[in-house]
Design a protein around this ligand. Sequence first.
Ligand code: WTA
Length: 636
Amino acid sequence: MNDRIRSLADYKAAVEQSTIDPEGFWSGIAEQFQWMKPWEKTLEWDFDGPDVKWFIGGRLNITENCLDRHLEQRGNKLALIWEPNDPKERFVRLTYRELHEQVCRMANVLKRNGIQKGDRVAIYMPMVPELLVSVLACARIGAVHSVVFCGFSAQSLADRINDAEAVAVLTSDGMFRGNKEMPVKRVVDEALEHCPSVKRVLVHERVRWAVEMKEGRDAWLHEELQQVDANCPAEPMDSEDPLFILYTSGSTGKPKGVVHTCGGYMVYASYSFRNVFQMEESDIFWCTADVGWITGHSYMAYGPTLAGATQVMFEGVPTYPDAGRFWQVIDKHGVSVFYTAPTAIRSLMAAGLDHVLPYSLHSLRVLGSVGEPINEEAWHWYKSHIGKNRCPIVDTWWQTETGGILISSLAGITDEKPSHAAYPLPGIQPVLLTTEGKEITENEVEGLLCVKFPWPSILRTTWGDHERCRQTYFSSYKGHYFTGDGAKRDAEGRYRIIGRVDDVINVSGHRFGTAEIESAINTAKGVVESAVVGYPHDIKGQGIYAYVVTEKPLPAGDVKAAENMRGEIIEAVAAGIGRIAKPDKIQFVSGLPKTRSGKIMRRILRKVAENELGSLGDTSTLLDPAVVEEIKEGRL
Ligand code: WTA
């Protein structure tokens, strides 16, 4: 069986088969991979547990499928084109043979440093080839990687390391980002003051800064790599052994470690990648996400390598040295499939066409969007000015928890409609539910987006706390995986994602829980309490609006005092989470609108932040209705 969908008829047939016989459908696809031992049973599942297992009893190593499997046919094909932050620095190219060798060497370094199968390894590295190599090296030896995005603070890194009890950290001395050089190792050092489980730190040299190396704990990667050879057989893994943990924010408390396992994740990352983007052997794929997010896992580290594709990895930012950088890189490397986030599109759109017109962009064939709803204006700009009206746009909806794209048009195969993720992939059974949990079967409706049947890369658990996984995703609506998103379905059955229905804010495609930001704000000196909501933001999609109650009222008209307090709050968020989560607006208030039982009325705060002052609803049940007037008047 061939898993490539090449026509609308193929798509329809795949949807039908996957609905009638999901196990037969997925086992047919899984057979195309290299297994050390075939699976005995395709699927066992129970969403109440939850307990989902795919390809039970099978043994494999995902890196054999990403690398070894390609050596014969694609050994000399480029696997990676790495474009550095500074356009004047030389770019790096690695063939599949070279990538294989580097991964094996890195894997041997891990082993030499005592890291074993099942151990957790935190990776806190900028977008350098060594990051991709490190991820695959962990998978090679069966260590569970937990990549932490380099924009997170020492505190966040420490929380994630401790939650997973990681034994080692892979990092770099520093990083280049636009016109800045930033410390990386120093953040790790600060985090590790509170991480007793970490025994080893391996440091990649990127910016050549003098960093402190702790005797007995820290080693330079380039020195370690000289001590090993390139022979590293892949560790046999059970299909259901964990492959990685990736922390993500939810509506309550601290981020949770979403766990993906080896077999199912491999099958779905590859299947979705090849079909959504309609990948051809000669394509050059570029996903601009960071490996620190799920997009960088499924559509950089794994999807493209599983498919034997050539991909670009970019160290820098879209606006350095100017807002034409993405387009310059596309021309420079002949990128044919380009995958980015609406927030980047909007900010480059705002920079003006002068940055686009110097580039031909003729190599482009398919465009993709991910991470947040893409508004129609940005969609049309992307379509006409980047795709020159020749390239299909795939608006891909998915989540850290889903492991791969669940709803998207397939490039050039199923039709597209601006701002609509469109159709479920074969094997995916989404439903819309009412808040009472009743399935809405008609079209032209809106509801809560759930999925009623498992797919191979659904999350298996949240690390160390299975109950939390059950509660968050499987308890709201019995027998369903609940996504936390609201969606509409149009007359033709296309889905349009509206956004989160829980207390999660999506800022530039990055997920934050309001509770998480509030607890960081509350650590600032002089803050009594706070409430955070999202509001529409032209570039970021959503901005962060914080209402803060201070111990002492800020003297009216004292601009300086308010500025200082704002600075304290921003620093508290930078320290607790990272600069990426800093509030866009901070309004000081004397109190928050609360019900008599003490619950904060977020609905009101959201309306004020959205400037919908006329529709605040009934405020008479509030403990102190007067506070609403004050909040309305002080709106920023
Ligand atoms: C949102 C990113 C609209 C959604 C892959 C989801 C989207 C959350 C889209 C997951 C899209 C992602 N259209 N909204 N195409 N893609 N989202 O875990 O709210 O970082 O629940 O995964 O992003 O974010 P995450």
